[in-house]
Design a protein around this ligand. Structure first.
Ligand SMILES: Cc1cc2nc3c(=O)[nH]c(=O)nc-3n(C[C@H](O)[C@H](O)[C@H](O)COP(=O)(O)O)c2cc1C
Length: 338
């Protein structure tokens, strides 16, 4: 069966948004925002916020980035202890802060390191699965304490196996799909998610689905799941791509912003959009109480379309500073919808 999943998006796929997407979109798989393995290994507990999650039976994958194999080994233990279904290695992020250190899309230019990172991540998962305790890992006490208290409050799901996957692009400055994907397949990851653009393209132009189809063929022969990604605007378009390009599934990113229903194909009423926007704010406060409210504003604005005065509602939501403000704006527009 085709997999239609939520793509990882830094600053977007936080705990509250994933809760809402899970509840209203029922995707087959979801990814967290990414977080730095080196930062975690140095004890930065704030970097665990992207990994906070609600309890759900939907497979949830923790995405991490970095360039130090040993720190990926440690991150595998963190993901396992926090109850994730898998750990995904970012090899596609074009942010210069990340690529100049060799992480994200920078790994496309360093296939040897990329393979080593996958191997060490797999080793981390295998060691955890065979009973090695997180206490035996050289991790800062702050991280261990955080995870202990997180698990005390959110009983982590018991898992017997975690997947190790990679999310990447089709090349660095030009498409290099065959060599790059074959290189990754040598380490036998469980899954590869492929955005059909090069690093150099960033988000310009169209995703190249013929390159994704090429990767799908290679992955099929190797028994590895390939999820295609790039410019999918709806569930039906995702299913078409599965048939046309031979991928196991697709990931949807930008089209899910303010639209968890993209995964079901439903068209929500204006009332539903406003109520779900408010519900996302409530989930945000519940799941990530210390997080900054301002990151919610853009989500609120994304929900404002397709109803009378939507543009005005957007302006008012962009000025909110608390859930109380959001309730007032939502009530006002709920009352004005006919
Ligand atoms: C705001 C934003 C943040 C993103 N952050 C991440 C990230 O943390 N990890 C990642 O692998 N990809 C990230 N991406 C890339 C998306 O997951 C996806 O590959 C890309 O947007 C293409 O898919 P789409 O056309 O469905 O949006 C991000 C994209 C956007 C727009």
């Amino acid at each position: 069966m085709a997999i239609i999943g939520l793509s990882p998006m830094d600053g977007v796929t936080d705990a509250a948004f994933r809760y809402i997407v899970d509840k209203y979109g029922h995707p087959d798989i979801m990814f967290t925002e990414f977080t730095s393995v080196e930062g975690l290994a140095h004890g930065a507990t704030a970097l665990l916020t992207p990994l906070i999650h609600h309890q759900s039976s939907t497979p949830l994958i923790a995405q991490v980035f970095g360039y130090t194999p040993d720190d990926f080994y440690k991150a595998a233990f963190i993901a396992a202890e926090m109850g994730f279904s898998g750990i995904d290695i970012n090899m596609g992020c074009p942010d210069r802060h990340i690529t100049t250190r060799g992480g994200g899309a920078g790994l496309i230019r360093n296939p040897t390191l990329a393979k080593k990172i996958i191997e060490w991540t797999k080793r981390g998962v295998a060691d955890w699965e065979s009973g090695r305790k997180i206490e035996a890992i050289d991790l800062p006490e702050s991280i261990r304490q955080y995870i202990n208290s997180y698990n005390a409050n959110n009983s982590a799901a018991f898992r017997t196996h975690l997947t190790v996957s990679v999310k990447t692009r089709i090349g660095y400055s030009h498409p290099d799909t065959k060599d790059w994907i074959q290189n990754l397949l040598e380490t036998r990851p469980d899954m590869i998610s492929l955005h059909g653009r090069t690093f150099k393209q960033l988000y310009a132009g169209q995703a190249d689905w013929d390159e994704i189809a090429l990767a799908a063929e290679l992955c099929k022969s190797a028994g590895v799941i390939l999820l295609g990604n790039g410019d999918v605007k709806s569930r039906s378009e995702g299913l078409e791509k599965v048939n046309k390009y031979g991928v196991h599934g697709v990931l949807i990113g930008r089209a899910s912003m303010g639209n968890p229903w993209v995964f079901t194909g439903e068209t929500p009423s204006p009332e539903t959009k406003l109520r779900v926007a408010l519900e996302q704010c409530e989930a945000f406060e519940r799941l990530t109480p210390g997080a900054h409210f301002l990151s919610l504003r853009k989500h609120l604005a994304w929900y404002c379309n397709g109803f009378r005065n939507a543009a005005q509602a957007r302006v008012e939501f962009l000025k909110t500073s608390s859930i109380h403000d959001v309730r007032l704006v939502a009530e006002k527009y709920l009352n004005s919808i006919d």
